[in-house]
Design a protein around this ligand. Structure first.
Ligand code: HEM
Length: 359
């Protein structure tokens, strides 16, 4: 995650509000993208569009002939024969739309980033360095589309009905990295000057704990990606025990041992539960220490409380998703709220930027 503020010292307060608002809108659209991505994955729609046309793909199939062409392409991949044999054009149209909307939303986001950016540059409303940073975000967004295609392509292999978990995790992580970078930039434009805190030992400890927690949170999210990618959430649908045990008996089934973390569904799900619990406890510690640091001020304290609520909601959503055996709505909401929680975590760290040891 970026740690420095972009240089926009010569921006007027009105421009600062406008530009950060536009970047917040982009982050909001990214949350929408993550939600649509969840629905696409959980409805088994992700492999329905076999060609990748970054520009002309903006237009959906408009004629019967085009529908037939796309359906014929879909019939060439293993998923059709293994899962959907004989579901007809109507069945194909049912799974097509989620993937199409996912890609359409991505293209729309590209435009919502690029067109105002050009306008702001032409009007001289942003510095050159900020413009460059935002242009890099645009390139990273395009790259995210390419990573998405790289992920989808792994699902076309013989005997395959789903994408490779590691590519799913790559796609999710890249999306969250971009989201985090845009959000941090928006925070830094809206609140350019870090509040200088006297930095009591409690404040410094809260900051260190928060830095540790974001690493833990990112690891939990990656483990969540593997849980989704290996379909591990469809097994062991009890909590807190897994098949009657706290640690599943076949945790270390595979050799070498580390392979269990990526392939063995029991281990993958257990790791995600364990990491989520450690993340929640770590956030609890941030709260306990941070709220005691009176020199941090009300903005940071409110951010801590928001973080506490966010992790409780996310944890409850995870347990709900598991107990209900991953219905589409719960899986998609749990996936999306992970990004909300990450956003709140970044907000906490942004509030603590000015916390430094006093000389
Ligand atoms: C800090 C708390 C948590 C975070 C940040 C988190 C994050 C995530 C993420 C990002 C994913 C999906 C990734 C993707 O779709 O590629 C996921 C999936 C999942 N999580 Fe969590 N999670 C948390 C807590 C929990 C808990 C406590 C449970 C249950 C005990 C749980 C159960 C699941 C299940 C079953 C899936 C797979 C759902 C699916 O197939 O769509 N999560 N988690």
């Amino acid at each position: 995650m970026p740690t420095s503020s972009p240089p926009q010292t010569d921006m007027t307060p009105a421009h600062r509000k406008l530009i950060s608002g536009w970047l917040f809108l982009l982050c909001f659209m990214l949350l929408g993208m993550i939600a649509i991505g969840g629905v696409t994955r959980l409805t088994g729609s992700g492999l329905s569009i076999m060609d990748w046309q970054p520009v002309s793909g903006f237009i959906p199939p408009l004629s019967h002939a085009e529908w037939e062409r796309l359906f014929a392409l879909y019939q060439t991949i293993p998923q059709y024969h293994l899962q959907h044999e004989g579901f007809g054009l109507e069945g194909f149209q049912r799974i097509f739309w989620a993937e199409w909307i996912h890609r359409f939303w991505g293209r729309l986001m590209g435009l919502v980033l690029l067109l105002p950016l050009i306008w702001f540059v032409v009007r001289g409303m942003i510095t050159r360095r900020l413009a460059l940073r935002l242009f890099i975000f645009f390139i990273l967004g395009a790259l995210q589309g390419a990573i998405g295609w790289f992920m989808v392509a792994s699902g076309f292999r013989p005997n395959s009905t789903a994408v490779e978990p590691v590519r799913l995790v790559l796609h999710l992580s890249a999306a969250l990295l971009l989201y985090g970078a845009i959000l941090w930039t928006a925070f830094s434009i809206r609140w350019p000057t870090p509040e200088r805190h006297a930095a009591s030992s409690a404040a410094r400890l809260a900051k260190r704990l928060a830095c540790f927690t974001i690493v833990l949170l990112c690891t939990t999210i990656i483990a969540g990606g593997f849980t989704a990618g290996t379909h591990a959430g469809f097994l062991f649908n009890t909590f807190p025990l897994m098949d009657g045990h706290l640690i599943p008996t076949d945790y270390a089934q595979l050799s070498p041992f580390w392979m269990n973390w990526f392939i063995n569904k029991a281990a993958v799900q257990f790791d995600h539960r364990l990491l989520a619990t450690l993340t929640a406890l770590s956030i609890g510690a941030v709260l306990l220490v941070g709220l005691k640091a009176t020199d941090l001020g009300s903005k940071a304290h409110n951010a801590f409380i928001l973080l506490g609520w966010a992790v409780v909601i996310q944890y409850a959503l995870g347990v709900t998703t598991l107990l209900l055996v991953v219905p589409v709505w719960a899986g998609a909401v749990h996936q999306t709220f992970a990004a909300v929680l990450l956003g709140v975590m970044l907000y906490v760290l942004h509030c603590l930027r000015g916390t430094k040891a006093v000389a």
